[in-house]
Design a protein around this ligand. Structure first.
Ligand SMILES: NC(=O)c1ccc[n+]([C@@H]2O[C@H](COP(=O)([O-])OP(=O)(O)OC[C@H]3O[C@@H](n4cnc5c(N)ncnc54)[C@H](OP(=O)(O)O)[C@@H]3O)[C@@H](O)[C@H]2O)c1
Length: 283
């Protein structure tokens, strides 16, 4: 598996497995186990997905040694702040049945993120987390966090797919030495992405699926990807992307699909900020 070196020297697989919206515990445990046996070595979960226990069981059941697996989870807004973040981190480790994390992300740029960051910096210095980062941070919030803290985020996980390519934002993150990670690489199936004419045509040229073309396009841009599937054949299909390279002309064709707009959030959507801030989970 190809790896990316983070700004603190830690290596992260360029392709991993996401478990958002795998609510059923057995299904999640099975999917994580299938993914690890198929060769994935990065699992991306979050406290808000409410499936960390199942992820932990899937890891154990796979029999793959802990140190070979890069495990990410995320701190939800309700646990923002120094004391709450420390407690939330411990609870997350307990649910995952792990004694350290590879990557801990602030899930959303809301609440007392500076308190959270101080707690995460301490846990990082104590060796309980190998790298710390953020998710869904716009460039201004990212730069502010960088300029007002000691440890720079290693990763910013943001929506990135053919319809929202994050070209300028990825460039900014690169200049800041913050690794971009894509969530929703398939746009969660929206806009009939798997039937998109441009993508279907390119997939035919390489004898690959549309999903594989999308993941190859992202990884050729040095973007870390974490596709989700509960189907074993798709889990295998989605990791099988390193035996071909998209030509520059095809990378450019995919670039024409960019709408530069999120498919999930509108800019300055205050109702969404309110709704996210009031989401409470039993965690
Ligand atoms: N930080 C954040 O705020 C945030 C937000 C969203 C997601 N994420 C992370 O990013 C991960 C990936 O994003 P996502 O789960 O939202 O969506 P996604 O990976 O873009 O899309 C998942 C969808 O694509 C389908 N699919 C997967 N592989 C396929 C294939 N080869 N062919 C056809 N369909 C396929 C899946 O169906 P089946 O399962 O039925 O195969 C599912 O409906 C998440 O699991 C999570 O870890 C983070």
């Amino acid at each position: 598996m190809q790896k990316i070196m983070l700004n603190n020297g830690v290596e992260m697989p360029i392709l991993g497995f996401g478990v958002f919206q795998i609510q059923d515990e057995k299904e999640c445990e099975q999917a994580v186990c299938d993914a690890l046996l198929a060769g994935y070595r990065l699992i991306d979960t979050a406290a808000a997905y409410q499936n960390e226990e199942a992820v932990g069981r899937g890891i154990k059941r796979s029999g793959i040694p802990r140190q070979e697996i890069f495990v990410t989870t995320k701190l939800w807004i309700q646990d923002a702040g120094y004391n709450s973040a420390k407690k939330a981190f411990k609870n997350a480790l307990d649910r995952l049945q792990l004694d350290y994390l590879d990557l801990y992300l602030i899930h959303q740029p809301y609440g007392d993120i500076y308190g959270s960051w101080r707690a995460m910096e301490e846990l990082y210095h104590e060796g309980k987390i190998k790298a710390i980062g953020v998710s869904n941070f716009q460039n201004d919030r990212l730069l502010d966090l960088i300029m007002n803290n000691e440890v720079k985020p290693a990763v910013n996980q943001v929506e990135t797919h053919p319809f929202f390519q994050q070209i300028e934002n990825a460039q900014f993150m690169k200049e800041q030495n913050v690794q971009i990670q894509s969530w929703g690489p398939f746009a969660e199936g929206k806009k009939d992405i798997f039937k998109n004419e441009v993508l279907v045509e390119i997939s035919g040229k390489y004898n690959k699926s549309v999903a594989q073309v999308i993941l190859r396009w992202l990884t050729q841009r040095d973007i870390v990807v974490i596709p989700k599937s509960v189907r074993e054949e798709r889990i295998i299909e989605n990791i099988n992307i390193f035996d071909f390279n998209l030509k520059q002309e095809d990378m450019e064709l995919i670039q024409t699909l960019d709408t530069k707009e999120s498919l999930f959030n509108r800019p300055n959507d205050m109702a969404r900020v309110k709704s996210l801030n009031s989401m409470r989970f039993n965690i």
